[in-house]
Design a protein around this ligand. Structure first.
Ligand code: IMP
Ligand code: MG
Length: 174
């Protein structure tokens, strides 16, 4: 039986999203900001974050999948949904649910820099810094979580559990 152990409450997330929004509002004033939500997990975070940024901004979505097991990313990443609009000269902020090994973000940074973005930074709700394999930093991070497989607030396990308003650790008892 799978059990859910609370990690972040709805109120904690809301407070942190307001803080991130205030920081981004300062840092991106006067810039051409585009938030790119990485599907599927980031859509809930993106929806809240964009309303906490008091600046003109564009949003887009980008889909990636990594080959391999469902609960850990492998080295090979492929694009499952690309964007129509160009990013040349634009300040891109990649919005992720979780940065884990960092492979996905490292790959996406390359993609958008090679397409001519003026800058590419990362905002992640959760940073599992201890598990990093690729040498990348999260520029804006909501929370640091050391371990465990997390679900809720957009995060899934096998496409389930995304609907919860908080974040939980999924414990699979033997
Ligand atoms: P990375 O390439 O290893 O950084 O993997 C990042 C991606 O793996 C995230 O966008 C998530 O989709 C997924 N992921 C990593 N850890 C978790 C987790 O605890 N719960 C749900 N998805 C996760
Ligand atoms: Mg993801």
């Amino acid at each position: 039986m799978a059990e859910l152990e609370p990690v972040l409450t709805e109120a904690q997330i809301a407070k942190r999203v307001r803080e991130l929004g205030a920081q981004l509002t300062q840092d991106y004033a006067g810039r051409h900001l585009m938030l790119i939500g990485i599907l599927n997990g980031a859509f809930v975070f993106l929806a809240d974050l964009m309303r906490a940024i008091e600046l003109p901004l564009e949003i887009e979505f980008f889909g990636v999948a990594s080959y391999g097991a469902s609960d850990t990313s492998s080295g090979t990443i492929r694009i499952t949904k690309d964007m129509e609009r160009p990013v040349e000269g634009i300040d891109v902020l990649l919005v992720e649910d979780i940065v884990d090994t960092g492979r996905t973000i490292a790959y996406l940074k390359e993609v958008f820099l090679s397409r001519g973005a003026r800058s590419v930074k990362t905002c992640a709700l959760i940073d599992k810094e201890e598990r990093r394999v690729a040498p990348i930093d999260v520029d804006y991070r909501g929370f640091r979580v050391q371990e465990g497989f997390l679900v809720g607030y957009g995060l899934d396990y096998a496409q389930q559990h995304r609907r919860y308003t908080g974040v939980f650790q999924l414990k699979t008892g033997d």
